[in-house]
Design a protein around this ligand. Structure first.
Ligand SMILES: [Zn+2]
Length: 263
């Protein structure tokens, strides 16, 4: 990848990050992500395009609205920066190929889901359900290669991801007496099954359980969080799935040639 293409990937990623911010704020409210244009939550002024540039405007305006000085959350430039870096890192690793572009789009969906789950404890169906459908559809098309699944692996992934994780949640509830995992987590696991195939699920579920436990305990110990509060699990599932993209080949030995599965 040449330097100018890398710069372009960062720029396009930051612009998409700006759109993800809109999705993150409006989808939990069930508002349209297309219209109307963004307004300052403090003074309702329409935000001019030059005050709405990803990352730059936030720094230039020193994190305040131009009109009423209401503080603008650092979450906006944070999401834009992460989206820009994810775009670059994904295209760098998987190339400017159909697979690379599909993974960038999946990454955008995961950033949106992660932030929404973190603040609202929901993984909206409007993202997870179409995400499952897209994963299955891509598995039937010839232009996509690993780490995306073949269709047999994809369909088996939806069933084992959805069913297995539902069972895991049910057992968790029976044993601990707590509502541990939501249906949103089940759908997100089915989504990863659809995209990466059933064989990715042991890694993703194990890693997310480790990450979630460590973070959950740290959260309670360090910040004195009430242990009866729910802990969003979606962010750890998403992080584990992204880890699978980078560590999966090592763990599963893809470098020895693709393992023969299911056939
Ligand atoms: Zn304002």
């Amino acid at each position: 990848m040449s330097w100018d293409l890398m710069a372009l990937a960062l720029l396009i990623g930051a612009i998409w990050g700006s759109f993800l911010n809109v999705c993150i704020h409006r989808i939990p409210l069930e508002e349209s992500v297309v219209t109307p244009r963004s307004r300052c939550p403090g003074c309702r002024h329409l935000i001019a395009w030059h005050d709405n540039l990803p990352i730059i405007s936030w720094l230039w305006l020193r994190a305040r609205c131009r009109h009423c000085q209401t503080a603008i959350s650092p979450l906006y430039p944070l999401v834009e920066s992460i989206t820009a870096l994810l775009t670059l890192a994904t295209l760098y690793k998987f190339g400017l190929t159909p697979t690379g572009v599909a993974l960038v789009v999946l990454g955008y969906a995961l950033i949106t889901l992660t932030v929404i789950d973190f603040y609202h404890y929901i993984l909206p169906d409007v993202i997870t359900l179409p995400g499952i459908g897209v994963g299955v559809a891509l598995s039937f098309l010839p232009w996509f290669h690993e780490p995306l699944a073949f269709w047999q692996e994809s369909l088996a992934g939806v069933v084992t991801g959805g069913g297995g994780f539902w069972l895991f949640g049910w057992l968790f509830q029976r044993i601990t007496g707590k509502e541990g995992l939501g249906l949103g987590d089940v759908k997100l696991t089915a989504l990863f099954g659809a995209w990466f195939g059933w064989q990715a699920l042991p890694f993703i579920i194990f890693m997310s359980a480790v990450l979630g436990s460590v973070a959950g305990i740290a959260w309670i110990v360090v910040s004195g969080r009430d242990r009866s509060l729910p802990i969003p699990f979606g962010p750890y599932l998403a992080l584990a799935a992204w880890g699978y993209l980078y560590l999966g080949p090592m763990v599963y030995g893809w470098y020895l040639g693709r393992p023969v599965l299911l056939y």
